[in-house]
Design a protein around this ligand. Structure first.
Ligand SMILES: Cc1cc2nc3c(=O)[nH]c(=O)nc-3n(C[C@H](O)[C@H](O)[C@H](O)COP(=O)(O)OP(=O)(O)OC[C@H]3O[C@@H](n4cnc5c(N)ncnc54)[C@H](O)[C@@H]3O)c2cc1C
Length: 540
């Protein structure tokens, strides 16, 4: 994806659909619309998936909690959500297979009755997902539980294991944007929609965009504008039609990241009950373990939600009852916060309860023509995109059907042909395959041209120098944080290792993106400040 070429297209071409926001929702809509033969532009004010879509728990799931509530409250709306999630799970696992995997999840129980309750519940969860091949839920004896997960507390009576999926959220969203681009969409990061332009009948006909890397502003023309800005959706809805009421109720969720030794193995742990009546997961992600999440009201959308000290206490105390040992606070390697874009029903139509029964909603503002995709979750991004495209295809009078159910994303073609070169460390090769999939040979060929790029950036992690060059050339990485937080997932694995690697990555990016010495220093200092601030907020 060449940013300058894409910017030129966005400035000069007339589009059918301009998608604002390149998280899971926007990237999903862009791909679906492009596959229906529409001419698409996809923009984001920051990097691809720089907001909620890179900060999720990374589970592909129907939601075991929703199922429990659906039965307890006889709530068929919630049951439908579970079924949607489970139906979509199958597509995420197959269409982006290098970035997703089935995940065994162990739920420790403390009595026979509890074991029976969860076995019945989780078996039912599996029945609702009859269409995929994941193993059925199973009640494990204490011995089996310890064999599978030796770090679970010995106080547990036994455990129930079921399966869901896990994805690398940031790279999955990037693969969606890249695939949309490969199919013809003009895509660009660091391009913010700052205003709409309307025609004489008050319908949006164009928008003013700002290149946030150099301050330049210009116009994009499109028949339809689709607001996929997640937690920020109200801003554009109200900009397009100031009489609209706010619908988003932002909620903050955080995760902490701890060393793998506290929960070894490849399974996750479900803590089914917390003091505030929620679920918490302990999940292996790449080389470390994530624990999350929380759920608190969040109001200041101008500020990145950061992990704070009391949230660390809460998550460690919760995990302590289920693990043999927990880390000391100074062993915490990293953490991150995200904002859920939860939606509320319209006050104008309080009796319209259908909006409450669904996880997402496609809203069309009759006056301005703005289409907004609101709410939802990662797991159902494809269905959300399908519903959105169906809605605006009606306006455009286009009958082309959705093709995303079995459309494979960039990177997910067969990997059998890719051979590890001699002397190439296995851990680095495995990391390349699981991040870049069938694009790995392009990185290997960069190393053939410049053998020095084979070296690791940091002794403790498998990331290599060639990835910096590759992500700048092919994945539109523009800033240091793009590389550390989203092209690789290093920032959520280990803040200190990132701090130690800034100079090496900055030198490589500076060469590739022709940064001056001054720019390189500014970029390095800016990212260092971000990481130091994370550490400060977490420890105060
Ligand atoms: C803590 C947490 C855990 C979660 N865990 C899970 C999970 O395990 N499984 C699951 O299925 N779901 C999960 N979710 C939900 C899921 O992550 C979100 O529903 C999803 O990522 C939202 O995607 P989005 O594209 O709508 O929003 P976002 O990812 O926030 O994308 C919106 C984009 O719009 C851009 N933008 C905003 N304003 C403008 C503008 N003016 N111009 C241009 N661009 C703009 C932003 O930069 C941003 O990139 C979780 C959410 C949270 C917060």
């Amino acid at each position: 994806m060449n940013r300058n070429e894409n910017l030129e297209r966005i400035k000069t071409e007339n589009f059918d659909v301009c998608v604002i926001g390149a998280g899971a929702s926007g990237a999903g809509v862009a791909l679906d619309a492009e596959l229906r033969g529409l001419k698409v532009a996809l923009i984001d004010k920051g990097d691809f998936s720089c907001e909620t879509s890179s900060k999720s728990t990374k589970l592909i799931h129907g939601g075991v909690r929703y199922l429990e509530q659906a039965f307890k409250n006889l709530d068929f709306g919630q049951l439908k959500q579970v079924k949607h999630g489970l139906a979509e799970r199958k597509y995420l696992l197959s269409n982006g297979s290098h970035l997703s995997r089935p995940l065994g999840i162990i739920t420790p129980v403390f009595s026979f009755i509890e074991g029976l309750y969860y076995t019945i519940g989780l078996k039912m969860y599996g029945w609702f997902a009859s269409k995929d091949q994941l193993p059925a839920a199973r009640w494990l004896s204490k011995k089996e539980m310890i064999l599978g997960s030796p770090d679970i507390t010995q106080k547990a009576h036994s455990a129930v294991m079921y399966y869901d999926g896990q994805l690398d959220d940031a790279r999955f969203a990037l693969a969606l944007s890249q695939t949309a681009h490969q199919q013809g969409a003009a895509t660009a990061n660091y391009l913010e929609l700052i205003d709409f332009k309307k025609d004489s009948s008050n319908k949006i006909e164009a928008a003013t965009l700002k290149n946030t890397l150099n301050g330049e502003t210009f116009e994009v023309k499109s028949k339809i504008f689709v607001n996929c800005t997640g937690p920020f959706a109200d801003r554009l809805r109200i900009k397009a039609n100031p009489t609209e009421e706010a619908r988003i109720k932002p909620s903050k969720g955080v995760h902490i990241v701890i060393p793998k030794k506290y929960f070894s193995g490849d399974k996750a742990l479900l803590i089914p009950k917390t003091d505030d009546g929620r679920l918490v997961f302990v999940i292996p992600f790449q080389s470390e373990i994530m624990i999350g999440t929380t759920d608190t009201k969040y109001e200041n959308l101008n500020e990145e939600p950061l992990l704070n000290n009391s949230e660390i206490d809460y998550l460690l105390e919760t995990a302590e009852r289920y693990l043999k040992a927990i880390p000391a606070k100074n062993e915490i390697k990293s953490g991150f916060g995200g904002i859920r874009p939860l939606i509320s029903a319209k006050k104008k139509n309080p009796n319209d309860t259908k909006t409450l029964l669904r996880d997402h909603e496609v809203e069309i503002d009759e006056e301005s023509g703005l289409v907004s995709l609101l709410g939802g979750k990662w797991t159902t991004y494809r269905l959300m995109a399908q519903d959105t495209c169906d809605a605006f295809c009606k306006i455009l009078n286009v009958n082309n059907v959705c093709k995303t159910k079995d459309f494979k994303l960039i990177g997910s073609q067969s990997l059998i042909q890719i051979k590890r070169p001699e002397n190439f460390p296995l851990e680095c090769f495995e990391h390349l395959i699981s991040s870049y999939g069938d694009q790995t040979p392009t990185i290997l060929s960069l190393i053939e041209q410049r053998p020095e790029l084979i070296s690791k950036i940091h002794v403790d992690y498998p990331f290599i120098k060639a990835e910096v060059i590759y992500t700048c050339q092919f994945e539109m990485a523009q800033k240091l944080r793009d590389f550390f937080a989203r092209r690789t997932r290093w920032e959520i694995l280990d803040w200190n290792a990132c701090l130690e690697s800034i100079e090496t990555v900055a030198n490589l990016m500076a060469q590739e993106l022709s940064w001056s010495e001054e720019r390189k220093t500014i970029e390095g200092n800016t990212y260092e400040k971000i990481l130091v601030n994370f550490k400060t907020v977490a420890s105060n």
